[in-house]
Design a protein around this ligand. Structure first.
Ligand SMILES: [Zn+2]
Length: 330
């Protein structure tokens, strides 16, 4: 199989070759998208052994001072500044460690990192090292929310299948989400992780009241979706995107279908979903799509759960549709 080549600038970040008319003080001006290219090669210098070991050997290398014995990861100093620049030697450290502090989570990233959100970013101190390695953090339990990683949480560092010699070649998962076998394996690959094993949050029991509320709220949802579907600006937000989402709420289930510019909802279930959403209340989804609330915020507050971290992108697109419709009404 041909290896997928990643571009320095992702395609999604390259604007289309088009322009727009800008009107300033009654005069029309043409504005075109253009580009300035400046590509360069960056030497990793003294950090090369570290990045080469990540890429080629799935190993994490630190620099151990020959005098005081401190192990720095990454090896940012091959001569120890604390010991009159005594030489350090390369040592392998563990791919298991502990969080140095509770990491912040990024939900809104610029276009370069949009495919990675949400991710935590924090320092993991690998066993055998004395400093923290800054890595991205994920979960296999659905979407990353506060509370999964805390100061002291045990972490396993996992290697990407396609590695380039960058710090994003590795990422951290909570050790508690992995099996003993996975934890023991050196150079564990992302393809050896079960990303489909997310456990759905428990919902309150379905009551007559909840079912009645669902019927009412679903009618409103259908109206909002119809409006979104009539808005050209909103349709553009899901251009080229295709997803089937099964949404579970205490009052009932429904399916959201995103089909290249078309959005629709249908009552009932499906087995062909790309991912599952669990909402504590249909209103959470309704408000998000009606631009009266935020789906992202609902996720952060655990009022809304999605089964795959990477599908946050889809939630983001839905939210953008809501914003587009609200703006087009101004
Ligand atoms: Zn030293």
């Amino acid at each position: 199989m041909a290896k997928k080549v990643q571009k320095v600038i992702p395609n999604a970040a390259v604007p289309p070759a088009e322009g727009r008319t800008v009107t300033i003080e009654g005069e029309n001006y043409l504005e075109l998208n253009d580009a300035m290219h400046t590509f360069y090669r960056r030497s990793m210098g003294e950090l090369s052994p570290f990045f080469l070991a990540l890429r080629d050997d799935k190993k994490i290398i630190g620099a151990k001072c020959s005098k005081c014995g401190i192990v720095r990861v990454p090896p940012m100093a091959w001569f120890c500044p604390d010991c009159d620049f005594a030489p350090a030697k390369a040592v392998e450290v563990s791919d298991r460690g502990k969080m140095l502090f509770t990491p912040p989570i990024t939900y809104f990233a610029n276009s370069m990192f949009q495919e990675q959100v949400p991710f935590g970013r924090g320092r993991v101190v690998p066993d055998g090292a004395d400093t923290g390695l800054s890595v991205n953090l994920y979960t296999t339990t659905g979407i990353l929310v506060p509370g999964i990683f805390k100061k002291g949480t045990e972490v396993k560092l996992v290697f990407r299948n396609n590695r380039y010699g960058k710090i994003t070649d590795i990422f951290g998962l909570p050790a508690s989400e992995l099996s003993e076998k996975q934890l023991a394996k050196k150079g564990l690959l992302e393809s050896e992780i079960d990303w489909e094993a997310a456990v759905e949050p428990k919902m309150p029991a379905a009551t007559k009241k909840a079912a009645a509320h669902f019927e009412k709220a679903f009618k409103n949802l259908k109206k909002v979706v119809d409006d979104l579907n009539k808005c050209e600006r909103a349709k553009k937000d899901i251009e080229g995107w295709k997803r089937t989402i099964l949404v579970k709420t205490p009052g009932g289930k429904f399916v959201i279908a995103i089909d290249n510019g078309d959005l629709s909802v249908k009552k009932g279930a499906t087995t062909k979903q790309d991912f599952t959403m669990v909402a504590n209340n249909l209103d959470t989804v309704l408000k998000g799509l009606a631009y009266e609330g935020s789906l992202t915020e609902a996720i952060m507050k655990a009022d809304l759960w999605i089964s795959k971290n990477i599908e946050f992108m889809t939630v983001f697109k839905l939210e953008r549709m809501a914003r587009s419709l609200a703006r087009s009404r101004k």
